[in-house]
Design a protein around this ligand. Structure first.
Ligand code: ADP
Length: 497
């Protein structure tokens, strides 16, 4: 089909791609941040562990020979000058502070004095925790030069000449941080870029495959639906058993079957309707034309016609008026039944009594044709549960037909048979019979076996069939041409007397 490839749900695929891309991007960014955070922490923890005893060494080395305080209680700056040289020679990044026992900075040894002023006090809590753990834990303390930040440190207590306090060494001074930040930035830019590109490549491959698999069934459905819409009424979703679209596929296939069925039904209904209109107008036109012709003749030749001729003409007009009224009545009844405007009012009634009444009613007509009309019924009264007037209508049509299609001296019998749960009703005649090929169609509207006979309206049996449908029962015909016909149906027997 022409638009087959245009309709592969591009919107959905775009959405899936967008969601997938976003997911990969978020994963990449989170990966970079998490790795950065833990690498930084790992770096600091390593430095702190490696340098945990630096402060102890300072005390052991420097304070064993000289006091950090002069006699007047001020800080021994030459001692710290030495200390500065020793420390800085090994590691430029560290900063050394001499604290008293409440955390006040008494003296500091740092590079770049100008950069930031040293704060007066640092918190002792992390220092005490660090000392208590013998430097085994990762902990950060106040940075005297940047009061808002925390840094890794080494610390050790001193007690010299009655003065107590701490040697507090910041292990990652500003220089360290600058270098470390530059290194980390470049390292992580490379790492992040590499990781993200790799992740994206793998994700694209996996994504492509998953989207292809995910949308495979969707494509199948879309193609089938498009084919169906474009007129391929045989298009169905193939082999849905066991797939994840099984329920949908079965529903679609059933729906497609129903649509095709309904389309066919509508087509045949339409054909029948057209046939019906054509037949009805023809049937109305014929008696009307006859009527018109006879009335005109009577008007024109009223003075020349004999009384007998006049009577004959009037009888013909009378018969045609009857025919017209019968046709209109049947049509009206049939259209009401077909439009389902009639719902049966079921009640128990005696089919035996109804049969006697009908036989009495048709006796005269039958006698006129020298036809023997008989009722054959069991002695007991047969009760049925049905709509009495609809059943009467059906029986009338059947008896009328039987008389109509039976030649003089023939017989028509209405028999009842008690089958305990049902009463079987049989209308049989010794008439013309119906050819086997025609039998399946006689209950269709306007089907007349002999189209030229024009003896009836062609609606009688269609009405009977509708009445049977309303009673959820069926009527069967047994017929042999030239031997006769039997129409048989059952009605539910009424038990509860
Ligand atoms: P119609 O008004 O033509 O009788 P029906 O619907 O009653 O229409 O019957 C349809 C056709 O079935 C009739 O035209 C006739 O050919 C055939 N048919 C019905 N009943 C009988 C019967 N008892 N014997 C023979 N043919 C019958």
């Amino acid at each position: 089909m022409s638009s087959k490839n245009k309709t592969l749900t591009p919107k959905l695929i775009k959405k899936l791609w967008f969601a997938f891309g976003l997911l990969v991007l978020l994963m990449g960014v989170s990966y970079i941040f998490i790795t950065g955070y833990y690498a930084n922490k790992y770096n600091k923890a390593t430095i702190q562990q490696v340098n945990a005893n630096v402060a102890n060494h300072v005390i052991a080395e420097k304070f064993s020979n000289a006091s950090p305080f002069l006699e007047d209680g001020s800080v021994n700056k030459p001692l710290f000058g030495d200390l500065m040289h020793d420390m800085m020679a090994v590691n430029h990044a560290i900063e050394v502070y001499l604290l008293n026992d409440v955390g006040e900075v008494l003296y500091s040894v740092v590079l770049n004095h100008s950069k930031n002023a040293v704060t007066k006090t640092v918190s002792l809590a992390p220092i005490k925790k660090f000392i208590a753990s013998n430097g085994d834990i990762f902990i950060e303390g106040d940075d005297p030069r940047n009061p808002d930040t925390e840094k890794i440190f080494s610390a050790a207590p001193y007690n010299v000449e009655g003065k107590k306090g701490y040697i507090y060494i910041i292990l990652t001074g500003e220089d360290f941080l600058n270098i470390s930040e530059n290194l980390l930035t470049s390292y992580f830019t490379q790492l992040g870029f590499g990781a993200t590109v790799l992740t994206m490549i793998f994700s694209a491959i996996i994504g492509l495959l998953s989207i292809w698999f995910l949308t495979k069934n969707l494509r199948l459905i879309t193609n089938t639906v498009v084919d169906f819409r474009e007129g391929d009424l045989n298009a169905r979703i193939k082999n849905p058993e066991g797939s994840d679209i099984e329920i949908f596929a079965h529903s679609f296939n059933d729906m497609a079957d129903t649509i095709v069925d309904n389309m066919e039904k509508m087509k045949s209904v339409d054909t029948l309707r057209r046939e019906l209109i054509a037949n009805v107008s023809h049937d109305l036109r014929t008696p009307l034309a006859i009527l018109k012709g006879y009335i005109e003749t009577l008007q024109i030749k009223k003075d020349t016609l004999s009384e007998k001729e006049k009577d004959n003409y009037l009888q013909i007009t009378h018969d045609n008026v009857d025919k017209l009224s019968n046709l209109i009545h049947q049509l009206f009844e049939y259209s009401k039944l077909e439009a389902e405007q009639i719902s049966p009012i079921k009640e128990p009634f005696s089919i035996t009594e109804l049969s006697y009444d009908l036989i009495a009613k048709f006796k005269v007509i039958a006698q006129k044709k020298e036809i023997i009309l008989t009722l054959d019924c069991p002695e007991e009264n047969c009760m049925v549960y049905a709509d009495v007037s609809l059943v009467e209508r059906a029986l009338q049509n059947l008896i009328e037909n039987a008389i109509k299609y039976t030649n003089p001296y023939g017989a028509v019998t209405l028999s009842l048979n008690n089958l305990s749960k049902n009463i079987e009703i049989n209308i049989s005649d010794t008439g013309s019979g119906i050819p086997a090929t025609e039998q399946p169609y006689i209950f269709d509207r306007y089907k007349q076996v002999d189209k030229t006979s024009k003896q009836g309206t062609g609606l009688g049996l269609a009405i009977v069939k509708k009445i049977m449908d309303l009673h959820e029962t069926t009527i069967t015909v047994f017929s042999e041409p030239k031997e006769g016909s039997s129409f048989v149906f059952n009605l539910p027997a009424y038990q509860g007397q």
